[in-house]
Design a protein around this ligand. Structure first.
Ligand SMILES: Nc1nc2c(ncn2[C@@H]2O[C@H](COP(=O)(O)OP(=O)(O)OP(=O)(O)O)[C@@H](O)[C@H]2O)c(=O)[nH]1
Ligand SMILES: [Zn+2]
Length: 358
């Protein structure tokens, strides 16, 4: 028999359904206290089909995108985090709409507009939409619709989704790896989020505090050997350090691109090709510098019955994130990786702009 669905879990599922809908280009309605904001994601919707039937197009874009487009001064509200709604005063093509949404195309499409920015009918719903786009790994840009969407969610559904602690260990097996032929892997499944995380236990578990690393997914660095970042070498150095300790646990968190998703990270790379650093690139795309939430790692440690860790990291936010969730970080162990000509600037930026201790 299926377990009873708590209201918290029902809310998280509603947000998950909305994120799924956005990835497929389907409309969603975000309910606020004062009405519903009906939206279609610019990135995934069939724009040609959509545009053929309308004379007016309204778009919701992030505050930083509006800043780049020099639209912030037209806005009545003083809240810098508020998205901006614009109305196009000409018959825009799909290509033009995508160019408004995607900062990577700014050099190809330097002239945009004219636009009128409009008062937001539902400011809180608009903020929630930006958060949903990030969870879905999409550009934070939407068409604002008059037609009511079938799939509706409420603002606090997204909070329930982000805070969902319904995580279970779904699989456990031996996984001989180069660092330890006797390693074990645990697979975790979350009720709200379709992403699966894993923990690799290296060495023989005993009463001592394990050496732990929270490693956020980096497909380009971990798998392809990208020289732009330090992820791959850090991952392997961490496994090496664990194999020399009594025991260690690597939590491989599926938080690609510091939580903005693979495609958005590749967009950030394209902006870096144009001269922006890793921090500015994220912001230009309309995202936080670091969108990760390390509470998922704390829940994984809890399920593994690990209350205290020695944490391998240069990032003070990982220490604070775990301690804030009740995990005792007995020691921070730095992970030192030699820089190369391609990641030197990235590592300097992490030190100078995001407080990494290198
Ligand atoms: N958005 C974005 N993400 C990046 C970029 N370069 C690397 N990443 C991601 O950054 C994350 C790096 O994760 P970690 O190595 O766990 O974390 P860290 O914050 O560097 O901290 P420590 O390595 O523990 O010191 C991965 O998810 C990468 O995909 C970038 O230029 N932009
Ligand atoms: Zn990386």
């Amino acid at each position: 028999m299926a377990p009873p669905v708590s209201s918290e879990s029902a809310r998280a599922r509603r947000a998950a359904k909305a994120i799924d809908a956005l990835r497929r280009g389907w409309p969603i309605g975000v309910e606020a206290a004062d009405g519903v904001l009906n939206l279609l994601p610019v990135e995934t919707v069939d724009l040609d089909q959509h545009l053929s039937s309308r004379s007016e197009v309204k778009l919701l874009i992030s505050s930083s995108r509006a800043d780049t487009l020099k639209l912030l001064n037209q806005r009545a509200s003083a809240d810098p985090a508020l998205p901006v709604q614009i109305s196009l005063t000409y018959a825009a093509t799909a290509e033009e709409i995508i160019a408004i949404a995607d900062p990577v195309l700014d050099m190809q499409h330097p002239m945009k507009g004219p636009f009128l920015s409009e008062e937001l009918a539902h400011p809180e719903a608009a903020k929630t939409a930006m958060e949903l786009a990030r969870h879905g790994g999409l550009l934070p840009a939407f068409l604002v619709m008059d037609e009511p969407a079938e799939d509706k969610l409420r603002i606090d559904d997204v909070t329930a989704y982000a805070d969902s602690n319904a995580l279970v260990i779904s699989a456990h097996a031996k996984l001989p790896v180069a660092a330890d032929a006797k390693a074990h892997i645990y697979g975790f499944r979350s009720e709200a989020d379709s992403t699966d995380h894993v923990a690799l236990v290296v060495g023989e578990r005993d009463e001592t505090t394990p050496v732990v690393r929270l490693h956020s997914e980096c497909l380009t660095g971990d798998v392809l050997g990208s020289l732009k970042c330090d992820c791959g070498p850090q991952l392997h150095a961490a496994l090496g350090q664990m194999s020399e300790a009594n025991w260690g646990v690597l939590l491989y968190l599926r938080q690609e691109g510091r939580g903005i998703g693979l495609i958005n990270k590749l967009r950030a790379y394209a902006l870096q090709d144009q001269g922006f650093d890793t921090v500015d690139a994220n912001q230009r795309l309309g995202f936080a510098i670091d969108a990760r939430d390390f509470s998922i790692a704390a829940r994984m440690l809890d399920l593994l019955n690990i209350p205290a860790v020695k944490l391998l990291t240069n990032n003070p936010e990982k220490v604070e994130g775990l301690e804030g969730c009740g995990v005792s970080v007995e020691e921070r162990l730095p992970v030192k990786i030699a820089a190369n000509p391609h990641n030197e600037y990235y590592l300097d930026t992490k030190r100078d702009r995001t407080g990494h201790k290198l």
